[in-house]
Write a protein that binds this ligand. Structure first.
Ligand code: NAD
Length: 306
């Protein structure tokens, strides 16, 4: 256990996200020299209040970075066919560089069908099977925003991750699995712990790096951690308190910081990184689409024209 004066240091996601956003804004200024403004289409189906807040935040941050956003709010009664038709239009629109469908969609719509309908080149969430497969193969594809943000936090905190043992708690398609893949690419030894693992805590105690993405408030405490471990808490859970409610992570922050060397707080850790990487992916997608268009133009130029 750390001495009372040696609590783990906070990994400041707000500050690191601000750095990423300023890099994005610089990229946007560079694209403006070519008369290009990266454009992000955001689709929201239904009136879920949490989703409305997420969408508002994403649009606000996009605007601050100089990215144009096109927001479409569709009623909860929108059919799957109608939603797919809107996506097809956005896919075909050369002025749209990134498409984000805020999840979850209403229960009558097949989320998988929606994700696979997005042009992989505009899939800034990195959820399309072409991008998922590319990530596993180590190709340079659009990668999911939350795990990408966690990697940036880890690189900023630890530098080179080679040889470190990382334990990822959770195996969802949007966080756990891509996180494990990115850590493997960074030359970590990776263990994925999930709901069927036997003695998850014992496996976790072997880790130099712990990434918690479970969705269970404060499940991971000091007894799960090796002294000096670096802890990335992806969880966002609202719990009731005497004053009303507050947000907590999957990690018991007060307990974990007595053993860990560095830890992300909730809020203010991973959350801001997710939006920053969404915008970074929008700029990356824009650049790649421009390159592709230039390649196609060259291919289609006849020898006489050339
Ligand atoms: P999910 O429900 O899809 O997956 C949870 C995973 O946890 C599953 O793979 C399951 O096997 C595992 N799990 C459940 N109980 C377990 C246990 N007792 N021991 C070990 N593993 C267990 O969740 P998700 O979408 O990956 O999200 C996880 C958390 O991260 C949620 O709190 C979510 O709100 C949060 N989240 C935050 C951000 C962000 O930007 N900070 C982004 C995405 C998700």
């Amino acid at each position: 256990m750390n001495s009372p004066t040696q609590l783990a240091r906070d990994i400041d996601g707000k500050a690191i996200a601000a750095q990423v956003l300023s890099e994005v804004a610089a990229d946007v200024r560079e694209l403006a020299l070519q008369q290009v403004t990266p454009t992000l289409a955001v689709l929201l189906v239904g009136e879920d209040p949490a989703s409305q807040v997420y969408v508002r935040n994403k649009i606000l941050r996009a605007k601050e970075a100089g990215i144009r956003s096109l927001e479409q709010c569709l009623p909860a009664t929108t059919s799957q066919a109608q939603l797919l038709a809107v996506i097809a239009e956005l896919n075909a629109n050369p002025e749209v560089n990134g498409i984000l469908v805020q999840l979850p969609v209403p229960a009558h719509i097949d989320e998988g069908a929606v994700i696979q309908a997005i042009d992989p080149a505009k899939d800034i969430d990195g959820f399309h099977r072409q991008n998922v497969g590319g990530l596993v193969l180590g190709q340079d594809v659009l990668t999911p925003c939350t795990p990408s943000g966690c990697m940036r936090l880890l690189h900023d905190t630890c530098g080179d991750l080679s040889g470190k043992h990382a334990v990822v708690i959770g195996r969802s398609n949007i966080v756990g699995k891509p996180m494990a893949t990115l850590l493997l690419q960074a030359n970590c030894s990776v263990t994925v712990v999930h709901s069927r693992s036997i003695d998850a805590a014992a496996l976790c105690r072997l880790a130099d790096i712990v990434v918690a993405a479970v969705g269970r408030p404060q499940m991971i405490d000091a007894s799960w951690l090796k002294p000096g471990a670096v802890v990335i808490d992806v969880g966002i859970n609202r719990i009731d308190t005497e004053q009303g409610s507050r947000l907590v992570g999957d990690v018991d922050y007060a307990s974990a910081r007595t053993v860990a060397s560095a830890i992300t707080p909730v809020p203010g850790g991973v959350g801001p990184m997710t939006i920053a990487f969404l915008l970074k992916n929008t700029v990356t997608a824009t650049r790649r689409q421009l390159l592709r268009a230039a390649e196609l133009a060259t291919t289609h130029t006849s020898p006489q024209e050339a």
